[in-house]
Design a protein around this ligand. Structure first.
Ligand SMILES: [Zn+2]
Length: 350
């Protein structure tokens, strides 16, 4: 074969490979349709099976940025972060609605919403959960090939503000979202969940710090990665992302969240008496998980009646006056109760 013919053959072969891979404009697009997208009856079946665990729940969805904040744009200008956040959020809302769940959103179109106002809206809404949806960009050290899926909860385990229920929720969402996108969770964490203190030490993300209901923030993928950007520009892929988040939240509720209830009247507590709390969950309570705090100080003078799911706290080491009691408890599936902070007034006598 003549030299020019060899060159033609190589050029032709490479062109054919690139065309076959759909690579003319960039790297190949690859994603997998979840089984529930290939067979619509499977999707109906999943939603039907899990809707009992979502009964009466209210979800607050916060698509990040928008309006005046449209600065974050993909490397090939195929996506604006604000728009893909909204696309995923709207698809997620639709899945929840199909399951009979009430959804409240900080925005459902392209508009400016103040960062703190997003949390205030969630606090006023009476929602059970807050989920903020974002897409990521690398810090100074990262390049265009950085891409992974991550989910953030507020504070570190050693911090008083740390609520283990937020980490539980983050884990469930992260697992199913990362799987739906076929992304890893990054190298900075074993399971792809991160404390927001990793980004802002001691403060975390404003939306997670100011929001009082259990809250997480997802960074679905990197719009700065040319491969990921092409997928994020596809409506079908945004729906797959939303499906991953939806599945994660469904499974979280199916694993159960214990409920804590004070059985005394918080206004009529005498110093010499005990406080009684019922802690209920269908899977049972893990007694080793229980922690009690009085005004941010750990307190060990309590006992647990596992059979009757009762927690008794003795007040003999507590001065009279107003206090905040905080309780942490997990069920047998290791899912923690939502943040529980109860104000009580202890009197010397009634
Ligand atoms: Zn963002």
């Amino acid at each position: 074969m003549k030299k020019s013919a060899v060159k033609f053959k190589i050029t032709f072969t490479l062109t054919a490979i690139f065309l076959a891979a759909g690579c003319a404009a960039g790297p190949p697009i690859y994603y997998e349709l979840p089984v529930e997208f290939r067979f619509p009856e499977k999707q109906k079946e999943f939603i039907g099976n899990y809707s009992e665990y979502l009964l009466g729940k209210k979800i607050f969805i916060d698509p990040g940025h928008g309006g005046e904040d449209r600065r974050s744009v993909g490397v090939n200008k195929l996506v604006v972060e604000a728009d893909i956040n909204l696309a995923v959020a709207l698809a997620l809302r639709d899945f929840f609605r199909e399951a009979g769940v009430e959804v409240i959103m900080s925005r459902d179109r392209d508009m400016t919403v103040d960062l703190k106002e997003r949390s205030y809206m969630a606090n006023r809404s009476g929602a059970d959960l807050f989920i903020s949806i974002h897409h990521n960009a690398p810090g100074q050290a990262g390049g265009h090939w950085v891409n992974y899926t991550s989910t953030y909860y507020h504070a570190k385990e050693t911090d008083y503000e740390y609520e283990p229920s937020e980490r539980d929720l983050a884990r469930y969402i992260q697992r199913d979202l990362a799987y739906a996108m076929r992304n890893s969770g990054g190298l900075g964490s074993f399971d792809g969940t991160y404390s927001d203190y990793n980004i802002y030490p001691g403060a975390g993300f404003s939306v997670l710090r100011v929001t009082e209901i259990p809250s997480v923030l997802v960074e679905c993928g990197f719009f700065t990665n040319p491969f990921e950007e092409q997928r994020l520009a596809l409506e079908e892929f945004n729906k797959i992302q939303a499906w991953g988040i939806f599945r994660g939240i469904c499974r979280y509720f199916a694993a159960g969240v214990p409920e804590i209830r004070l059985l005394n009247d918080p206004e009529k507590i005498i110093g010499s008496s005990n406080l009684s709390f019922s802690i209920t969950d269908k899977s049972g309570i893990n007694p080793a998980s229980i922690k009690v705090y009085f005004d941010s100080t750990a307190y060990n003078n309590f006992s647990i009646d596992e059979t009757n799911r009762l927690l008794t706290v003795s007040l003999d080491q507590i001065a009279s006056g107003e206090h905040v009691i905080r309780i942490i408890a997990a069920n047998k599936n290791n899912n923690y109760a939502f943040p529980y902070h109860q104000k009580i007034l202890i009197k010397n006598s009634i």
